[in-house]
Write a protein that binds this ligand. Structure first.
Ligand SMILES: [Zn+2]
Length: 135
């Protein structure tokens, strides 16, 4: 049985917000809260496809050098790739983007079943979407 009381957020387990290699690197609390804001706004289940990676794991899975998934607290916030449980419709994606903007994310990658979002400090003094890519 999952021990929900130890998780920091209401809807995400600590485990799913931790690097998958077993090193224990976890998404910082500020970014966990940001993700929960999106979940509350979205109002339905979203799953975490990828979150923070340590440099070793990022390399092992073929992540980009300087990936937004690396833990870079002084530079950029760490990215999260999310999806919805059902096949995302165009309106699901649009709602996710609206919720993510509300939560302060400013960089997005759009895939068929996944959606990348990160909040880069570089853009924190600016409004709205700063980077948008497809994958
Ligand atoms: Zn790791």
């Amino acid at each position: 049985m999952q021990t929900l009381m130890t998780n920091y957020t209401k809807n995400f387990s600590d485990e799913e917000l931790t690097c998958k290699c077993g090193c224990g690197t976890m998404l910082c609390r500020e970014e966990q809260q940001r993700l929960q804001i999106v979940r509350d706004c979205f109002g339905g289940p979203i799953y975490v496809a990828r979150t923070i990676s340590c440099p070793t794991h990022n390399k092992a899975i073929g992540g980009a050098d300087g990936s937004a998934h690396l833990d870079k607290p002084d530079e950029d916030a760490s990215g999260v790739d999310v999806g919805v449980k059902t096949f995302p419709t165009a309106s699901h994606r649009a709602k996710l983007i609206r919720c993510a903007l509300e939560a302060g994310y400013n960089c997005f990658g759009v895939g068929n079943t996944r959606f990348h979002m990160d909040a880069r400090k570089l853009f924190w003094n600016l409004e709205g979407i700063r980077l948008l890519w497809a994958y």
